[in-house]
Design a protein around this ligand. Structure first.
Ligand SMILES: [Zn+2]
Length: 198
């Protein structure tokens, strides 16, 4: 039987994406054996994340400054807005270095299965940004999954009333493809060949 401390940490870690109870317990033991090295590094990194990182109130990106570096960068084109499901997708697209506009993070995708409704995402905040004016193009960069595409269609309908061009990533994306698993060349190609929705 493991100590209470091990159990508490293991059950906290088991909630992380991709980690189950078994691998969480193994990770805890691995860390305990490396108290002064790996464990210390993890603790310091977690504290730094807690103290310094925040969600950008404008776009939903996570950064050490608020609003984030992308929203405050005058060299980025505020007329072009790229909508992504998660921060990981934003980072993946930004690594591809082809999109020079700004972003909007939805915080997920619509899903009947998981009970994710429009009001659970930052859709109202997106519409408010577009309604403010100054945006010419909205790029819908959802994942090429069924739920991602359902979300893109829903957004396209909601955005129809605004005088903006609505485009989406070209379907060079593999079906079921999650953006942050794609290599930068594929992402750049999908972005370059983006096409109007409809
Ligand atoms: Zn931002």
């Amino acid at each position: 039987m493991a100590s209470q401390e091990i159990e508490t940490l293991a059950s906290a870690l088991a909630k992380l994406p991709g980690l189950g109870p078994r691998s969480a317990r193994r990770a805890v033991l691995w860390l305990v054996k490396r108290r002064e090295t790996a464990l210390l590094q993890v603790i310091e990194a977690l504290v730094a994340v807690r103290d310094r990182l925040a969600e950008c109130p404008t776009c939903g990106n996570v950064d050490t400054q608020s609003p984030c570096a992308i929203c405050t960068d005058p060299r980025r084109d505020a007329r072009s807005l790229c909508v992504v499901e998660d921060v990981a997708d934003l980072w993946a697209l930004d690594r591809a270095k082809l999109f020079t506009g700004r972003y909007h993070v939805l915080g997920g995708r619509l899903s009947a299965l998981d009970g994710v409704r429009p009001e659970d995402l930052t859709i109202d905040r997106l519409l408010a940004r577009v309604a403010q004016g100054g945006v010419d193009e909205v790029v819908l960069a959802m994942n090429a999954t069924l739920e991602g595409q359902t979300t893109a269609h829903y957004l396209a309908e909601r955005l129809e009333v605004y005088p903006v061009r609505i485009t989406q990533l070209a379907h060079g994306l593999p079906v079921g493809g999650e953006l942050d698993y794609l290599d930068e060349g594929t992402l750049a190609q999908a972005l370059r060949a983006r096409r109007p929705v409809g």
